[in-house]
Design a protein around this ligand. Structure first.
Ligand code: SF4
Ligand code: SF4
Length: 378
């Protein structure tokens, strides 16, 4: 069980006029419904300082960082905006683990990230890029958990979280260990596979940080189909943020922002949104209706069709097809199809049919990937 009581030692900054707040799992903290992913900050130091400061003014009180983002520059770019106010917000740091990672190495990394950020301690430190199969590396004597427990005992780290892209079932097992106070996972209206994990986290009092709430920009495109399904008439990115926050078990939507305009739009969207208890179920119903546009059989991203002898990333094309056909995001799907490297392009399909033989959903893979490839020429 993570150290919980000692987390609740200082109230966090808030601005109730502009921001909504939610319980951050069992930590005792109230976290801003919009949080700031610092992985997309640009190289203008003055602008970054203003951006971070403006976010804090607006009531944002969670900032996700690691030394590994932006070629090692993420925390350097974040630090000036936090100056003098870091004690009133949560700044998370993050390090990865592996079979050879020692407690000493992990401890050094915690200290290094604190030093760059100019912090005395981390309210949250995350085990990054985590998967269930890495649990032995975390738990081994002289391993990462020993480093984290020692750092907690010394007050260098208050709470422990993890982040990654394992299966929903494996992440349920991770949170059921009781070792973690938060989980950070991708979640948006196009990627809902972690909903069972999020629900379990809610039951266990584990905070949930939803990353990629607007799907890395995919949900910046207009979609009449989504407006109808969600019963809202607003830009897709705003609907996407609202969907994530309608889920009562999500603690915060963590958006990777790099402009004041994005920040102001997101603050306005979140600050005005107070979902009633039926909102989430109604939005899910609308999205499920859209998915029926794909028929009884649709791609479940199982990847049994891989590898393709022509090196085509079939699940990626199937995903674009879903966004196009079910969610009406044709322009976005066309743009992303155009970005597929030539060596992985559906244009290389040799019609061998191996993928269709392996597909448990009996999908017409060849027709579908060709149609997505052709979409970019429309
Ligand atoms: S039919 Fe095309 S996409 Fe399917 S396995 Fe063969 S080459 Fe790959
Ligand atoms: S095997 Fe079928 S369902 Fe599975 S990822 Fe490939 S296309 Fe999708």
């Amino acid at each position: 069980m993570g150290i919980v009581q000692s987390c609740h030692d200082q109230p966090l900054h808030r601005n109730d006029q502009r921001m909504k707040y939610r319980a951050y799992g069992r930590t005792g903290w109230e976290i801003s419904a919009l949080s700031f992913g610092c992985m997309r900050l640009g190289d203008d130091a003055q602008y970054n300082e203003k951006l971070i400061g403006t976010a804090i003014d607006a009531g944002v009180n969670y900032f996700e960082t690691t030394r590994y983002y932006i070629n090692g520059q993420c925390q350097h770019r974040t630090a000036p905006g936090l100056r003098g106010r870091a004690d009133t917000v949560i700044v998370s740091g993050k390090d990865g683990i592996g079979p050879d990672k020692t407690a000493h190495q992990f401890r050094k990394e915690i200290e290094r990230q604190l030093d760059i950020l100019g912090l005395s301690h981390f309210k949250f430190f995350q085990v990054g890029w985590f998967r269930w199969e890495m649990m032995p590396h975390l738990l081994k004597p002289g391993g990462v958990l020993d480093a984290l427990r020692q750092a907690q005992a010394e007050g260098l780290v208050k709470c422990i979280g993890f982040t990654g892209h394992d299966t929903p079932e494996n992440f349920v097992k991770c949170i059921e260990t009781g070792l973690f106070d938060s989980i950070t996972i991708p979640y948006n209206l196009l990627a809902r596979q972690y909903e069972p994990t999020i629900a379990r986290a809610g039951e266990l009092g584990v905070g949930v940080v939803a990353m990629c709430p607007v799907a890395g920009g995919v949900l910046a495109c207009e979609s009449d189909a989504l407006k109808e399904a969600l019963g809202m008439d607003m830009p897709t990115a705003a609907m996407a943020l609202r969907f994530v926050l309608a889920n009562p078990h999500v603690s915060t939507a963590c958006s990777g922002m790099n402009t004041l305009e994005q920040l102001e739009q997101n603050v306005a969207t979140v600050g005005q949104f107070a979902p009633d208890e039926n909102a989430f179920a109604e939005m899910c119903e609308g999205l499920d209706r859209l998915r029926t546009a794909l028929g009884e059989r649709f791609c479940t991203a199982c990847r049994y069709c891989m590898p393709c002898p022509q090196n085509i990333d079939i699940p990626h094309y199937m995903n674009l097809y879903r966004e196009w056909q079910a969610f009406g995001l044709a322009d976005s799907a066309a743009a992303r199809a155009a970005q597929v490297p030539p060596e992985k392009s559906a244009a290389n399909c040799r019609d061998c049919g191996v993928c269709e033989e392996k597909c448990p959903n009996q999908l017409e893979v060849r027709r579908i990937i060709r149609s997505v490839h052709e979409l970019q020429r429309r």
